[in-house]
Unconditional design. Sequence first.
Length: 268
Amino acid sequence: MIFAPTGATRLHIIIGDPVAQVRAPAGVSEAFADRESDAILVAVQVAPADLADFLATMTRVKNLDGIVATIPHKFACYRACATATERAHFIGAVNLMRRDANGQWHGDMVDGLGFVGAAKAAGYDPAGVRALQIGAGGAGSAIALALIDAGVRELAIHDSDPGRRDALIARLNERGKGRAIVGSIDAGGFDMVVNATPAGMQPGDPLPVDMATVSPSAYCGCVITKPEVSPFIAAARERGCLTATGTDMYHALERVMVDFLLSKEAPS
């Protein structure tokens, strides 16, 4: 059956800059229909300089129920939320926002759940392993938190911003679980390698790690959805590694996203 939006259809938007690479609109809109919810998700490109004005306007749009945030808006969207989940507060970023009963925004950050879900769907359990992660931004912080909570024994983090990297490592170590340390592009000795950066979205981008140091037995995961097979994942597959793409991560996330956006549960 073809879905035909009407004036009663509830709106959800995914915002980013760029936004052409996102996979969510079709899948989430179809999931809304599967749950017999008259709702739709559409993509909107918003520049960082325009985000504050845009969110102020969207708050006044009465048939807008939810916002999905992608690069580079996750930290700024967190600041627009009146309430948020514990993991969103830990990271200081959100990728999901929904209206509460008072018309304010409640946020969550679920990128990490999608990354770990994709690994487990590929048959890989991160518990007890040594992992190297490149990237400590919004998605990277969420993935690092999820990996520590999933039982990773040691997580080495490398980022182009040493201050951001060190702040994330310090906060992860406060959880008293797996140990977080400073990493590099040398993947030698690691069981898992994570690309949580945009490296590979543009032609000519350098690979996030030195692929010659990646063990063929390592699991390699990536957040990039376009191209569907990033240069990092292609190189990992050439080495014989078990992999999951950003699209695999999105598929693991889709149900979580829809559950959150349609939930009427009051923020705790």
